[in-house]
Design a protein around this ligand. Sequence first.
Ligand SMILES: *[C@@H]1O[C@H](CO)[C@@H](O)[C@H](O)[C@H]1NC(C)=O
Ligand SMILES: *[C@@H]1O[C@H](CO)[C@@H](O)[C@H](O)[C@H]1NC(C)=O
Ligand SMILES: *[C@@H]1O[C@H](CO)[C@@H](O)[C@H](O)[C@H]1NC(C)=O
Ligand SMILES: *[C@@H]1O[C@H](CO)[C@@H](O)[C@H](O)[C@H]1NC(C)=O
Length: 258
Amino acid sequence: MWWIFLWLSVASLECASKDLINICMDAKHHKSKPGKEDDLHGQCTPWKDNACCAVNTTVEAHKNVSYLYDFNWNHCGIMSEKCKAHFIQDTCFYECSPNLGPWIQQADSSWRKERILDVPLCQEDCEKWWEDCKGDVTCKDNWHKGWNWTSNPRLNRCPVDAKCKNFTEYFPQPSDLCEKIWSNSYKYTTYKRGSGRCMQLWFQGVENPNVRVTKYYADLRNQAMVSLPAPLLLLLTLVLALSSWGGLRSDGGLWLSF
Ligand SMILES: *[C@@H]1O[C@H](CO)[C@@H](O)[C@H](O)[C@H]1NC(C)=O
Ligand SMILES: *[C@@H]1O[C@H](CO)[C@@H](O)[C@H](O)[C@H]1NC(C)=O
Ligand SMILES: *[C@@H]1O[C@H](CO)[C@@H](O)[C@H](O)[C@H]1NC(C)=O
Ligand SMILES: *[C@@H]1O[C@H](CO)[C@@H](O)[C@H](O)[C@H]1NC(C)=O
């Protein structure tokens, strides 16, 4: 009997693992399923073989204020081009990646059902982002919340009590930038690009290096789940032994042969 139980749990975990590996989150602009997109724009082109973003989303991602989120990068003066390139890349990654499954969570917000949490970023990607933005200016460390949205046309402005200061005052370390800016969507790590343990915002060509990273973390999660039924298996074996040994025979026998 116990091996049927084991087989069932392994089979269901195989399914769960596949479900994490090639999916799109249920958010504002994501397609329902990943697929080929030959004409992705600009910095989003590396995802064209398999993407959760549509072409128009990637065109918008490159604008100063796009209709995607009405988000204004220039809320404390004009953002430098080298800094903005990282925010465009971040948008491409967020909108296009079909491999964020292990980090998708329910979101408690009106504009999306799901979000990502603690996606492990490669150290270089986070540090370069911070390096290239450290000469820029902002007024908040969490860019998801707390803006003044009362302007017309709609875009985010600094709330009255938030002063424009150098990036480094709001984000003293690279980890502050990557983790705080989008409410812990990303996690700073010391894993290096190519290690297979961290996600790259930037990559060249169409071979997505994040595919194997996702598979690694999906498998890890499933191994953790496989260990859960172990005490249950032990209990079942014990009941089986007891039932063949004594008084429990009819009850236990019935129950175990369901
Ligand atoms: C992009 O185009 C598709 C199809 O034309 C449309 O359904 C979708 O709403 C558009 N998305 C954005 C972000 O404009
Ligand atoms: C964004 O704004 C800057 C500064 O006004 C301008 O130089 C740049 O061309 C704009 N970029 C786009 C894509 O509109
Ligand atoms: C902000 O950065 C600029 C240039 O990097 C520097 O000259 C200035 O002193 C900094 N301001 C503060 C308040 O740290
Ligand atoms: C938002 O902007 C409006 C218009 O400038 C201003 O009256 C209001 O006080 C601002 N609110 C906050 C919280 O900054």
